[in-house]
Write a protein that binds this ligand. Structure first.
Ligand SMILES: C[S@@+](CC[C@H](N)C(=O)[O-])C[C@H]1O[C@@H](n2cnc3c(N)ncnc32)[C@H](O)[C@@H]1O
Length: 235
């Protein structure tokens, strides 16, 4: 089946000139947004599930998991890990895509809050996936991209093997710049060649539409000290 996803349309010709300024701001201004009650409750349920065996199994976070196909696949691939897929869309999460394995959990929550609660709880995912995040391709929307968002230090502070995939090369390039600014880790932006099985529906859609896919992988230490105001302080 051919897909017809439109290529990214942007008014940018290179990495946004304000990436460094946004990152500097995120590193120096504590994120004061109060945690929504529904995400706090969702996090507590996820925490009870994750910590039921004393937190002995390594954790994988699938951030912005959509319908959760990637969560299911990661759980099958890493069957000695626990995989938590998080998305704010109840509609996407409720679509029928088959059994979720015993070692996987789908959670409806706002990532901006979920990540902060996870860091405050001392979670240290061994792997962390950001698969095809919303690109927000207009230059005015830089602050909505994860690397332009005040939550960036929290994402990076969690540590582990962070993998970002996107059909927009500039998104990955900008993320790499922000990553290096925060952590000193230089990550290469590489072409992403899907394996026999697509990891996500967006990956499938973009690839079948003839679009190039890009990715970045970085091994990061757990580094709560990156978060201004402290990782413990969650509104
Ligand atoms: C472009 S879709 C990609 C979904 C999936 N990873 C895939 O590749 O098929 C981006 C997803 O991120 C989710 N998302 C965006 N911002 C979010 C937030 N603040 N909290 C939780 N989920 C969010 C959206 O609901 C959406 O499902």
């Amino acid at each position: 089946m051919l897909a017809t996803s439109r290529a990214i349309a942007t008014n940018q010709h290179g990495p946004h000139k304000d990436v460094a300024r946004r990152v500097e701001r995120a590193l120096s201004h504590p994120l004061r947004k109060p945690v929504a009650a529904h995400t706090r409750e969702a996090f507590e349920r996820a925490r009870a599930w994750y910590e039921r065996d004393g937190g002995r199994r390594p954790l994988i976070l699938d951030a912005g998991c959509g319908v959760g196909l990637s969560t299911r696949q990661l759980a099958a691939c890493f069957d000695d890990h626990l995989v938590i897929g998080v998305d704010r869309s109840a509609d996407r999460l409720s679509r029928e895509h088959g059994e979720v394995g015993d070692n996987a959990l789908l959670v409806r929550a706002d990532l901006v809050d979920f990540w902060r609660l996870a860091l405050a709880a001392g979670w240290q995912p061994s792997r962390h996936y950001l698969l095809y995040p919303n690109p927000y391709p207009k230059s005015a929307h830089l602050k909505q991209r994860w690397h332009g968002h005040p939550v960036l230090p929290v994402i990076l502070a969690l540590g582990g093997r962070l993998e970002l995939r996107s059909n927009w090369r500039l998104y990955v390039e900008e993320f790499a710049l922000a990553l290096e600014q925060v952590t000193g880790v230089a990550a290469a932006v590489e072409a992403c060649i899907p394996g026999e099985q697509y990891l996500t529906p967006f990956e499938r859609k973009y690839h079948l539409s003839g679009q190039s896919l890009w990715c970045l992988v970085a091994d990061l230490p757990h580094a709560p000290q990156l978060v201004p105001g402290g990782a413990e302080e969650v509104g």
